[in-house]
Design a protein around this ligand. Structure first.
Ligand SMILES: [Zn+2]
Length: 77
């Protein structure tokens, strides 16, 4: 698709256009599902390049440590 990239009604802004480090695709990083959205256009590319996704990594870390027991903040009354 030869769509001109520039400011427009679609909200495309050059500032948000990144080139995927893996597939070389130009994409709007704000719309990238990748955790490293500034680097990869998709989590597939992220996974392909790193061998894992940051998302999976963070889930692992979260699973390792038990959920913090958060005390409810006292109501400010
Ligand atoms: Zn990509």
């Amino acid at each position: 698709m030869e769509a001109p990239i520039g400011p427009g009604p679609a909200g495309m802004n050059l500032d948000n256009i990144k080139v995927c480090a893996r597939c070389g695709l130009r994409y709007d990083w704000r719309k990238s599902p990748s955790t490293l959205k500034m680097t990869y256009c998709s989590s597939l590319c992220e996974f392909g390049d790193l061998g894992f996704t940051m998302d999976a990594l963070m889930k692992l870390q979260r699973a390792e440590r038990p959920a913090a027991v958060e005390k409810e903040a006292a109501p400010a009354v």
